[in-house]
Structures are given as C-alpha cells and as structure tokens.
Design a protein around this ligand. Structure first.
Ligand code: CA
Length: 273
C-alpha cells in the first residue's frame, strides 16, 4: 500500500497517511466493506425538531457500541490505522440502520451524519460509498446532511470547505457543527456557506439568564439570516433556553428538552411533543 501525502489547498502542510483506498476510485469499496469484525458499533438517533413547522426535521446519527455503549467506548478504538475505514463504515451503517427503521417512509425527514474530515483523502472519491449506500436504499441524497465540526486548527478551514463544496456538488446538505466551540468556524463560513449551522451547546446553556451569551446568540442568528443559512440550536435543556431562541426567530432545535438520543430508534411525533 503506497504512502500518500495529503496537502491541504492553502496551508501547504503535508500530513502523511495511508488511505485504505489508495485514492483509487475502483479500490475505494474496501472502505465500505466494514472493519472485518474488529470493531462493532451501532447508532442512536436524536431528532432535530422544526418548531415552526411542528415536525421532525432530521435525525442525527450518533455512534454507540453494539449494545448501546457510549460513543467514547467506540471512538477510543479509532486510530490512524482504522480511521478511514471506520468513517466509511459509519456512513453506510448510519444510512442502512435509519432505512431499516423506516426513514424513507417518514415524509422527508432527513438523516444527519457526522464525518471525520481528516478521514477524507479525496472528497470526490471518499463520497462514493455514501452515494452507493444511499442509492441502494432509495434514499435521496438531498435528505442526507453531513455535519463537520469546525477544526481545532485554523488552517483546517480551507480543506473542510473543499470537502463540503464537493458534498454539495453531489447533492448532499452540509452543516457546520458545534459552531462557536472551535477556532475555524468563522473562517470556514467565510470560505463556504453551508445549508445549516449548529450553534454549540455551551453557548446555548443558560442563554435566557446570561447577557453575554444572549449577545453572541443574537449575533449568530443575524449572521445566519444574512448568509441565508438555517440555524440549529443544539443542547436545549430548558423551556427558558428554547423560548429565548424562539423569540429570536429560530425554528430548528435539538436537545434533551425534546428528546434524548435513542438507541436503534427513530423518534416519532409522540416522542417529543
Ligand atoms: Ca453533530
């Protein structure tokens, strides 16, 4: 297996790694063939609700152990050697399980998938297994959202933008996750305007009683409106937090107040109203 060098578009800082697919489109299916039984995992799903429309907007797939164990119990076993195949297997499994649970019959409710930007070698190649899985299950790509966490390093921004641009070109929806928690969020937003921004839960917590958080929240709501991006507030736990954002005109919410993640289950209307 050849050693490849990933070069981000503008940073010029090469990161050596060995992708399973070797960057070769034909061999890329290897990444979608799972992890040879070495790592079992499954998913819980947590709804993102549209309070303006009174319906579930999407279900975010959250990785869990095979019996519902924590995400950490799975992620601690992910390293340099299996990151690529794990990311690919995650996408396929999140789609397959959601479809087994009846997502395609849910009237347009979307599936939101977290992905590891550092597990993407060439965006147009690494997306193939996801495209194949969606086609195989009859799931329209426009009902799949890819969430990327803003980077820990500012130089990650251009590479993330490159990936998101390709995913949009393929017809998927894109989201910046945990917006406000890292360093690259505003820079990423300057380079690429996704379909969704998810405001980080630390900025949401106690927003109804904390003036500084209110100022940041209002500025983010205005920023999203001006850029034509839908804002999701995540981590909503109290009616006060919900009402603050409702008053600011936000429609999309996620958090324990509505529904916790449920293992191998898609929330229905009765689970959150
Ligand atoms: Ca997420």
């Amino acid at each position: 297996m050849a050693e490849h060098t990933q070069t981000t578009p503008t940073s010029g800082a090469p990161t050596p790694f060995t992708p399973h697919c070797g960057g070769d489109r034909e061999n890329c299916a290897i990444c979608g063939n799972g992890l040879g039984g070495e790592l079992e995992f499954s998913f819980a799903y947590q709804p993102i609700v549209d309070l303006a429309a009174g319906r579930i907007y999407a279900h975010e797939a959250l990785v869990r152990g095979p019996e519902g164990q924590s995400a950490a119990s799975v992620l601690e076993r992910i390293g340099e050697s299996n990151r690529y195949s794990f990311d690919q297997a995650c996408r396929v499994k999140a789609i397959d399980l959601a479809c087994d649970l009846g997502l395609p019959e849910r009237g347009g409710e979307k599936l939101s998938i977290n992905f590891l930007p550092h597990a993407v070698y060439r965006p147009e190649v690494c997306i193939q297994t996801t495209l194949q899985a969606a086609r195989r299950r009859g799931l329209d790509v426009s009902s799949i959202v890819f969430e990327v966490t803003e980077g820990e390093r500012i130089e990650d921004g251009p590479w993330f933008a490159e990936i998101l641009r390709e995913y949009r070109r393929q017809g998927f929806l894109t989201a910046i996750d945990d917006f406000g928690a890292g360093y690259a969020g505003l820079r990423l937003l300057a380079d690429f305007q996704p379909d969704l921004i998810k405001l980080d839960m630390d900025l949401v917590r106690d927003v109804d009683t904390q003036p500084a958080r209110q100022a940041i929240a209002r500025a983010t709501v205005r920023l999203a409106q001006e850029l034509g991006i839908a804002l999701v507030v995540e981590g909503i736990e109290t009616p006060g937090e919900r009402d603050f954002f409702l008053h600011e005109g936000v429609a999309l919410f996620q958090g324990y107040l509505f529904s916790r993640p449920t293992f191998q289950h898609l929330a229905g209307a009765a689970d959150w109203r």
